[in-house]
Design a protein around this ligand. Structure first.
Ligand code: ATP
Length: 603
């Protein structure tokens, strides 16, 4: 049967018409009905619990940070120096995970940057997460490239400003030329000034029809902008050229030596003391002539050309440092470099980066650098050169863990925005706060719990989050953590853990190290892995204990000495599944013989 023949039988004309009576959308729906089995319909129909779930995610930066005002104020008191053009002391911030260090530091730096813009004090804050950017090369390269970007943007702004200034000069000169033409036609000098003033706005108005600026704007704004510019380079060049030039001098120069500058000889014939005459656009900018402005634009563009972006690998570190140094020193400004997880940087690549950053100020000519280091523990400072240690720790701010009440406040603030009204039963927030406070006062954990509890409630299609959801969330988060830890263990540790699981599964309690070692050895042979010594295996068991995966207690056996009794502290099925998802371990298919061997060995 051909397609044309089957068409009429497949779609009855009557059906289509009937459907169109309702809506054209419905006709499409009917066709869809067969393909969609309502997978999402049920989920969509459930009343959503969340108003804005993003607010509970770690990536969200809150506008308010309850219980951190002391730390925030202390940081602000130190950093305010940057707004006075002075170098703020370096700060070392430390506290356990989830105590709001990053959130507070970012909050303060945002405030600092916006205040610096408000008062036109050049100040830049750069944030680097050293867990990701963990070598000196990468830190310096990232900073160099960020400052090159900033410098380029700044140059573009300056060039635009200068080009507007040139336009204003053109307009001014055109008006002046029109004046002198009018003067030439007017024998009687008596009215020449009057005419000049009258005619200038007219001719400018017609100029401004090109869509640029009006005469008044073009004459005033560039001068004002230049004059108020905080750009040291612009003023530096201007200073070099005519730093002492006052408005009066400028005009004198135009009058006495008009031929020297391009077109400026046709300045208005009046002198600058005449109040009715608009000021020359270059007056009070520090530029002597149009050519000086053009030269400055050329210099800036040359500078921009000369910036060379640092590749992410391949250069000698010295070269990266020197590009970074030049990029920072290009403009006059205070730079705050925030190094989050600074301990990871020191652990991975020593203290060279910090050494280089902390000695920069003695060599910088235009700018000043201040460092904020953020860390989870202070031990890393033991690995620092004493000079770096004292320089970095000029000021220290401690973030203590939150207690349950503080966590409750934090959760309440967030939940107002995150959830629909009435979605939380009364005991949910206190329970989340209590669980997280037991951990170590970790706000991240508290927020995770609340979000996960909400998601579980949403999944079970209830309208309210209750205590049970929080308990389930706690188990789920714990399991996720275990899965992640087990998944990322080295193969040898996985084999040791697998040996413990096999023993437990066969009903062995109070497992000792010797038993684990025997099974471990056979597992290694089975998959052709190196066999470590029993001493080393004992170390691996201790590491698993520290990670909270097994529990190993030392028990005294009287005159037989002491031994370790090992038991599993994580759910057995899930952990075994994670281990078997490792391709090397999944080769071990029949595990029974290994445990049998244990009994043989033991006997
Ligand atoms: N006082 C607070 N008010 C509101 N939210 C907070 C507060 N303190 C922390 N948080 C939130 O808790 C989470 C963790 O905070 P943050 O990342 O600042 O912790 P941290 O101390 O830097 O932790 P880590 O050392 O693990 O990086 C973030 O989502 C943050 O928004």
């Amino acid at each position: 049967m051909s397609d044309e023949e089957s068409e009429p039988t497949g779609s009855e004309p009557v059906d289509i018409d009937e459907k169109r009576e309702f809506s054209t959308f419905d006709s499409a729906d009917l066709a869809e009905e067969e393909s969609s089995q309502g997978l999402f319909d049920d989920l969509l129909s459930g009343e959503p619990i969340f108003e804005n779930k993003e607010v509970l995610r770690p990536s969200y930066t809150p506008h308010e940070l309850p219980h951190r005002s002391d730390q925030i104020n202390k940081m602000a008191t130190i950093l305010v120096a940057a707004l006075r053009g002075e170098t703020p002391s370096n700060i070392l911030i430390y506290g356990k995970t989830g105590t709001g260090k990053t959130a507070s530091a970012k909050f303060v730096s945002k405030e600092l940057e916006s205040t610096s813009q408000k008062y036109s004090v050049p100040c830049d804050v750069e944030y680097i997460n050293c867990e990701v950017t963990d070598t000196q090369y990468r830190v310096l390269a990232q900073l160099a490239n960020k400052f090159i970007e900033k410098n380029e943007a700044r140059i573009d702004e300056q060039v635009e400003e200068l080009e507007r200034l040139l336009e204003a000069v053109d307009e001014y000169e055109a008006a002046a030329e029109a004046d002198s033409a009018a003067d030439a036609g007017d024998e009687d000098g008596l009215f020449e000034e009057f005419d000049a003033l009258e005619s200038a706005p007219d001719s400018d108005e017609s100029d401004s029809s090109t869509g640029t600026t009006t005469d008044d704007e073009s004459r005033d704004s560039p001068v004002e902008t230049e004059g108020s510019s905080d750009n040291p380079d612009t003023s530096a060049t201007a200073d070099g050229a005519a730093s002492d030039t006052t408005d009066g001098d400028l005009t004198d120069e135009f009058q006495s030596d008009g031929t020297e500058t391009d077109g400026i000889e046709s300045n208005p014939p009046t002198d600058s003391t005449d109040d009715r005459q608009p000021e020359h656009p270059l007056a009070s900018t520090g530029f002597e002539s149009r050519a000086a402005v053009e030269a400055r634009i050329e210099d800036l563009e040359d500078d921009k050309e000369s910036f060379e972006e640092v590749p992410m690998t391949g250069w000698p570190t010295d070269r990266v440092y020197s590009v970074f140094f030049d990029a920072v020193d290009y403009d006059e400004r205070v730079v705050v470099i925030m190094l989050d997880e600074i301990d990871k940087l020191v652990e991975k690549s020593g203290d060279d980066t910090l050494y280089n950053l902390s000695r920069m100020n003695s060599e910088l000519e235009n700018s000043r650098v201040s460092i904020i280091g953020i860390s989870n523990d202070l031990k890393f400072t033991d690995f620092l050169d004493p000079r770096v240690k004292s320089s970095l720790g000029e000021e220290e701010i401690v973030f203590p863990p939150y207690d349950a009440n503080q966590l409750r406040d934090i959760l309440e603030h967030r939940s107002e925005v995150a959830f629909k009204g009435g979605a939380l039963s009364d005991d949910v927030i206190p329970l989340c706060a209590a669980f997280a406070a037991q951990e170590h006062g970790d706000a991240r954990r508290a927020l995770d719990l609340l979000r996960t509890a909400g998601e579980l409630a949403e999944r079970s299609q209830t309208e309210t989050i209750v205590e049970e959801h929080v308990r389930q969330a706690q188990d789920k988060i714990e399991l996720d953590r275990v899965v992640e830890v087990v998944r990322t263990l080295p193969t040898q540790s996985k084999l040791v853990l697998f040996a413990i699981i096999l023993l437990e599964k066969n009903g062995v309690h109070s497992i000792n190290t010797g038993e684990v070692f025997n099974i471990y050895k056979r597992l290694c042979e089975e998959i052709d892995a190196d066999v470590l010594t029993q001493r080393r295996v004992t170390d691996l068991i201790s590491e698993l204990d520290m990670l909270g995966i097994v529990n190993a207690v030392v028990v005294s056996k009287g005159r037989y000495g002491r031994t370790k009794e090992i038991s599993l502290s994580v759910p057995i099925e899930e952990t075994e599944a994670v281990l078997l998802s490792d391709s090397r371990l999944s080769d071990i298919d029949d595990i029974q013989p290994f445990v049998q061997a244990r009994f043989e060995n033991g006997s």
